[in-house]
Design a protein around this ligand. Structure first.
Ligand SMILES: Cc1ncc(C[n+]2csc(CCOP(=O)(O)OP(=O)(O)O)c2C)c(N)n1
Length: 194
């Protein structure tokens, strides 16, 4: 037990190897950052639990893809971004919207088809946007966010903006043609792809 505890605390120590040569690197988060991350993840989890419940009750029409279990992915990524960076994803998008700082009430209003939802109640779970918060959807077509995200990244370069575009995709999108075409375009436009 003691050994397991030691291992757990050692894993949380920031790595001194900044180059990550062979060693796993753990970001050094302050207590405030950890609390922020925890609150964000919990907010997403509670939102999704409620959305799932409401979907089961027939209060949400159309599709409703939940992000339960992946909260750390969007919260961690979001904490690395700065003002003006963009985020785009597929249809499993509630967690991304909340992590981007979109109003949970606006997202829930959209899910329940209300006029004050992010797409005036006409888009639903898969189609919400907020350019103000840097969130570019919400796309129902598997893989479609990749060329769109590449276009966003190109717009940053074209306009001389020092910004980053995060494009999320599921593993099922990996063999879609447009993903490879996007990589080719990114190469042609000399966009740094991480
Ligand atoms: C071009 C296209 N083909 C098929 C579908 C139907 N479809 C909806 S969800 C899905 C699976 C997607 O899996 P993945 O991208 O791994 O995302 P996950 O649901 O696992 O988060 C498919 C094939 C679609 N929406 N778009």
């Amino acid at each position: 037990m003691a050994a397991a505890k030691d291992k757990a605390s050692a894993a949380r120590e920031p790595s001194s190897d900044k180059k990550g040569n062979g060693a796993a690197t753990v970001p050094a988060l302050s207590k405030d950052q950890e609390l922020f991350a925890f609150r964000e993840m919990l907010m997403i989890r509670r939102f999704e639990e409620k959305a799932g419940q409401m979907y089961g009750m027939g209060l949400i029409g159309g599709f409703c893809h939940l992000y339960i279990g992946q909260e750390a992915v969007v919260v961690g990524m979001q904490m690395t971004l700065k003002e003006g960076d963009q985020v785009i994803t597929g249809y499993r998008d509630h967690g991304h919207m909340l992590a981007c700082g979109m109003d949970p009430k606006g997202v829930m209003a959209e899910l329940t088809g209300r006029a004050h939802g992010y797409s005036k109640g006409k888009g639903g779970s898969m189609h919400m946007f907020s350019a103000e918060k840097g969130f570019y959807g919400g796309h129902g077509i598997v893989g479609a966010m990749v060329p769109l995200g590449t276009g966003l990244a190109f717009s940053n370069k074209y306009r001389g903006h020092d910004n980053f575009t995060v494009t999320y995709l599921g593993d099922c999108a990996n063999n879609q043609r447009e993903v490879y075409e996007s990589f080719n375009m990114a190469k042609l436009w000399k966009l740094p792809v991480v």
